[in-house]
Design a binder for this molecule. Structure first.
Ligand SMILES: CC(C)=CCC/C(C)=C/COP(=O)(O)OP(=O)(O)O
Ligand SMILES: [Mg+2]
Length: 615
């Protein structure tokens, strides 16, 4: 008979408190109940159930976790998504973050995760003699969000498969090999696809029925750089074939293909893809149960790290108190944090994420001084001049509401510089200051255009829009915060002018921003957006046509961005990755209505930061 355990009196610990790992074992098949709910314990292995009681009538704020003893096993699992969670303001966010909560990795106390990591590491290295197996496993590992644990092993395997010639490799393997090598910054030429062309230079008709091969070619084609025409041929060919075969595919494969057609792998944000793919993978026949288990444990562990960071950012933001003084300004620490997790998904960048989120929060307030508040021109000029001087005395001339913002920027930037100096011995104030000055001058230029009734051309608007979207500011900060490959040579490439890598990724950010926010901005009476300037310059009368044109520009910018990955220059790989991630995050933040899985930014935030994965 099923036993029942009342959880009302369980004392649970905070997600980041290391001292109190509690393992609560319940009998498999038993029930755990609270005042308003009960859970059947029927899942496999250690931790298998966590649910926050969201019944607002019940003040107990119960979090329930159920866990069969390690000896008990059962099969199959489903991952419920985004439980209802309402975060109304920073107050309730902080409250939420400080509520007692036990996350799965704590229950496991890390032992199981470590064991699974070692099992996976061994399996990955064993697969090296079979390239296809190794590549597939590596691909799954990356997709599950686990690649950061296996950087060394992944590089060993990639070096191995990049140096060999595989005469008999099929389309699927060639596509996978190309994509993984290029994604990870290894050299590979698209000539490996030449053998799949007929005498007219077109992909062979015989490939049309090879759905897995086409899918692999399709995903690889999105990493094409300028001049790699074979990959653009590959993109058209594979996309057309996949679309036309979609109705005849069996359900699971059809889902795989439509997911890919919706958004190729190369453009997906790492943590969101991990969240989504863990569920897909759990339903795949023949999945590796250890890998799946590891992915879930790891996802939840990283999520609890993110909660801790978010708690730190929210505390900082509240203490700063900017929005209490500037009531028109945006109050969105969560949104800032979403960006930073997009740019820097790896756990090791915890401190960088916190600092970057601060800069974005301040950027939003300055943007609001210029846009929403419509600061009078003379005040905006004063503000711009004071920032140029970068001097607390210059602050004295400013109106009260500007003073507090000025000092918040001044202090936060100095604190970031101090941390970098302490950590690495680099004195970076001239660079950080300079990138903020560029940004304020960009805002000022927009304000002048608006005030004088002047319309810039598309190119002028977009280039300035990269600066006002904060792209250069964010990447220059990250260059020093990450601190990898900071040399005299790479620092010389950083500013004056900003590197092409930054401007391509920044243009993608600006264009997605306009696609996502132009409607409200136009209603508010802001400057014409890139969509409208594109329509004007190309004699297009309908907005839909303008949007399509902008999408084309974005696709071309991706080719430019990929070219930067191929040429590499002296830019460190970590900052190249961050620039790519900025382009990826832009699409995620601004194109959510077309995403059928998460469907809203709110759901991204819940899935990323608040809802652990449960079985
Ligand atoms: C990674 C980074 C730097 C993220 C910042 C994102 C951003 C562009 C915010 C401002 O958008 P907005 O649409 O409110 O402002 P704008 O007036 O510039 O369009
Ligand atoms: Mg905008």
């Amino acid at each position: 008979m099923a036993s029942s355990t009342n959880i009302a009196n369980l004392v649970l610990s905070k997600p980041w408190s290391s001292s109190s790992s509690k393992a609560l074992y319940f009998p498999l098949g038993g029930r755990v109940s609270s005042a308003c709910s009960s859970w059947q314990i029927s899942k496999r292995s250690s931790f298998r159930g966590i649910s926050r009681n969201n019944n607002s009538n019940n003040s107990s704020n119960t979090i329930c976790m159920c866990m069969p003893s390690p000896s008990q096993t059962t099969s199959s699992s489903t991952l419920p998504m985004a439980a209802p969670l309402i975060i109304r303001d920073n107050e309730s966010l902080l409250k939420y973050l400080h509520q007692p909560l036990v996350l799965p990795h704590e229950v496991d106390d890390g032992t199981m995760r470590k064991e699974l990591l070692e099992i996976t590491r061994r399996e990955l290295m064993r697969s090296i003699s079979k390239p296809l197996e190794a590549l597939q496993m590596m691909d799954t590992i990356q997709r599950l969000g686990l690649a950061y644990h296996f950087e060394e092993e992944i590089n060993i395997i990639l070096s191995e498969v990049s140096s060999k010639v595989y005469d008999d490799e099929d389309l699927m393997t060639a596509g996978l090999r190309f994509r993984l090598l290029r994604h990870n910054g290894h050299q590979i030429t698209p000539d490996i696809f030449c053998k799949f062309l007929n005498e007219n230079g077109k992909f062979e008709d015989s490939l049309k029925g090879d759905i897995m091969g086409l899918l692999s070619l399709y995903e690889a084609s999105y990493l094409g750089a300028n001049g790699e025409d074979i990959l653009f041929e590959a993109m058209e060919f594979s996309e057309a074939q996949l679309r036309s075969s979609l109705p005849s595919l069996e359900a699971q494969l059809a889902t795989k293909v439509s997911q890919a057609l919706e958004l190729p792998r190369h453009r997906r944000m790492v943590r969101l893809e991990a969240r989504r793919f863990i569920e897909e993978y759990s339903k795949e026949n023949g999945h590796n149960p250890d890998l799946l288990e590891l992915a879930k444990l790891d996802y939840n562990k990283v999520q609890s790290l993110h909660q801790m960071e978010l708690s730190e950012i929210t505390r900082w933001w509240k203490e700063l108190g900017l929005v209490e003084k500037l009531t028109f300004a945006r109050d969105r620490p969560l949104e800032c944090f979403l960006w930073t997790v997009g740019l820097l998904p790896e756990p090791k960048y915890s401190a960088c994420r916190i600092e970057l989120a601060k800069t974005i929060a301040i950027l939003l307030v300055i943007d609001d001084i210029f846009d929403t508040h419509d600061g009078p021109m003379d005040e905006l000029v004063l503000f711009t001049n004071a920032i140029r001087k970068w001097d607390l005395e210059a602050m004295e001339e400013l109106p009260e509401y500007m003073k507090i913002c000025y000092m918040a920027l001044y202090n936060t930037t100095n604190e970031i510089c101090y941390k970098i100096l302490k950590e690495n011995g680099w004195s970076v104030l001239p660079y950080l200051k300079s990138t903020w000055i560029d940004m304020i001058e960009g805002f000022m230029l927009e304000a002048r255009w608006f005030n004088d009734g002047e319309t810039p051309n598309l190119e002028e608007y977009v280039e300035n829009g990269v600066t006002t979207a904060g792209a250069y500011m964010a990447l220059v900060h990250l260059f020093f915060l990450i601190g990898q490959g900071v040399t005299q040579e790479s620092v010389k490439l950083l500013m004056d002018p900003y590197p092409k890598l930054f401007s391509c990724s920044g243009r993608i950010l600006r264009l997605w921003d306009d696609l996502g926010t132009a409607k409200e901005e136009q209603e508010r009476g802001d400057l014409a957006s890139s969509i409208h300037l594109f329509m004007k310059e190309n004699n297009i009368t309908c907005e839909e046509g303008g949007r399509k044109g902008i999408m084309k520009l974005i696709n071309n910018l991706w080719k430019d961005l990929n070219s930067e990955l191929v040429s590499r220059n002296a830019m460190p790989l970590a900052i190249i990755k961050a620039a790519f991630n900025m382009a990826r995050a832009s699409q995620v933040v601004y194109q959510h209505e077309e995403d059928t899985y998460f469907s809203s930014v709110d759901n991204y935030v819940k899935a990323l930061f608040f809802t652990p994965i449960i079985n």
